[in-house]
Design a binder for this molecule. Structure first.
Ligand code: NIG
Ligand code: FE
Length: 410
């Protein structure tokens, strides 16, 4: 990322900082100006203290429009081969996600298609999904592996995910999700597969800097809590962050376990219980809500949003973009679904794709808020009220997108 651009002064903007230190909904500031230097927010203060005529650098008149932090998609599986519209049709006819998975479809169908593609082909197939997210304002996107399930194929997926950042201006964070499904070669021997991940994959990924975190699918159709515990111990020993697909289809106690390891986030959470919520609060673990998967799978059990809110657990919101349970590459749609389906307020929803999304990726000090010292990942919208971002879906209202202070086009 080139961060040695000309300094910029932005004025005549409504700034939704999302900074909890600012005592207003959305951390909203009017009559303020912003100076960007070396890719960062260098100064934020009263507009009256800056004279645009004397500023040495580029001066931007925001026209009274809304400025927000860049959006963060903290949970995606957007690198994969093939597509699964056949399963969509089967589910519409009454089949279930779990039943399809048990007969070798679902994740394993995508594993077969992903193993057939090389790194370059994976990048090509992922590009439209990544561009769609970025065109709507995403400036940080997390991408998981998990459709390779061999050492070579998991590494290939992570390399493809990292390579995407060379084609699209975006921050990419990658997560090793080798424990997504038991690969066919290890059927009935899932402990041996967990051994392989702990002995070979995690050390290799940490050494080569190919992922920042380790994720697991803790579920009856995937890995049990003791197996997840071993994976977390190994991840921690290698200095990687911890995340988990938890309590999506049933409650195996995965969230409580992950909180014990200081997880960055636990995700899905439809079956989350009160004891886990208390543990998450204690550990500072983010609850990452995925309304796209809830909607697309026709779930009826809601994640316990009111209890999370009451306990003060931070809530992120993400697309879960993947070929099976959430073939959706739109954070704007998630903002709307987060409110309509899960009962988030528009302010909670926006915090979920900015400040709390950053926290779910261990990036709280870098991005997700408009505050001095943070990266200048900024969006200028042709909107007055930040609630409109959750309210209206369809029209494109993004006027400018800045990544580390640089205006970008995707
Ligand atoms: O987050 N729950 C497990 N993994 C994905 C679905 C992956 C797939 O169906 O391909 C999820 O929903
Ligand atoms: Fe997921």
């Amino acid at each position: 990322m080139n961060t040695t651009t000309t300094p910029q002064l932005w004025y005549n903007v409504r700034i939704a900082t999302l900074d909890p230190r600012v005592d207003a909904p959305y951390g909203l500031l009017d009559d303020q100006a912003l100076v960007i230097r070396d890719g960062h927010i260098h100064w934020l203060g009263p507009a009256a203290e800056q004279d645009p005529a004397r500023f040495e650098g580029t001066v931007v008149n925001g026209g009274g429009r809304l400025l927000t932090p860049g959006l963060i998609d903290s949970h995606t599986h957007l690198v994969y081969g093939g597509q699964r519209s056949n399963e969509f049709a089967a589910r519409l006819a009454g089949d279930s996600y779990e039943a399809i998975a048990r007969r070798g479809g679902g994740i394993l169908a995508t594993v077969n298609a992903t193993r057939e593609l090389d790194e370059a082909a994976l990048v090509q197939t992922a590009l439209p999904r990544l561009r769609a997210l970025c065109a709507e304002g995403a400036t940080t996107v997390e991408i998981k592996s998990g459709y390779g399930l061999t050492v070579a194929d998991e590494l290939k997926m992570l390399r493809a995910a990292k390579a995407l950042a060379r084609q699209v201006p975006v921050r990419i964070r990658t997560t090793l999700l080798a424990a997504h499904a038991v690969p066919p070669e290890y059927k009935g021997r899932s402990d041996d597969y967990v051994d392989l991940i702990c002995r070979e994959l995690i050390p290799r990924v940490a050494e080569e800097g190919l992922a920042e975190a380790v994720d697991v699918f803790c579920e009856n159709i995937a890995f049990d809590a003791p197996q997840c515990e071993r994976l977390f111990e190994t991840a921690r020993a290698h200095g990687l962050g911890i995340k988990g697909h938890m309590e999506q289809l049933s409650n195996l106690g995965g969230s409580r376990l992950a909180a014990r390891f200081g997880a960055w986030s636990v995700d899905h959470l439809e079956y989350l219980d009160d004891a886990a919520i208390a543990a998450m609060k204690e550990a500072g673990t983010v609850a990452c809500l995925l309304p796209g998967a809830f909607y697309f799978l026709g779930e009826t059990k809601l994640p316990p949003v009111a209890a999370l809110r009451e306990a003060g657990v931070p809530m992120a919101l993400a697309t879960d973009c993947n070929p099976g349970s959430s073939p959706l590459a739109s954070l704007r749609l998630m903002l709307n679904m987060g409110c309509v389906l899960f009962g988030l307020t528009p302010e909670e929803a926006l915090a979920g794709v900015t400040r709390e999304g950053a926290r779910a990726l261990g990036l709280s000090e870098e991005t997700g808020m408009i505050r001095e010292g943070m990266a200048a990942d900024l969006l200028l919208w042709d909107l007055d009220d930040p609630a409109q971002l959750s309210y209206e879906f369809g029209p494109q209202r993004l006027v400018k997108r800045l990544l580390a202070g640089e205006e970008t086009h995707v």
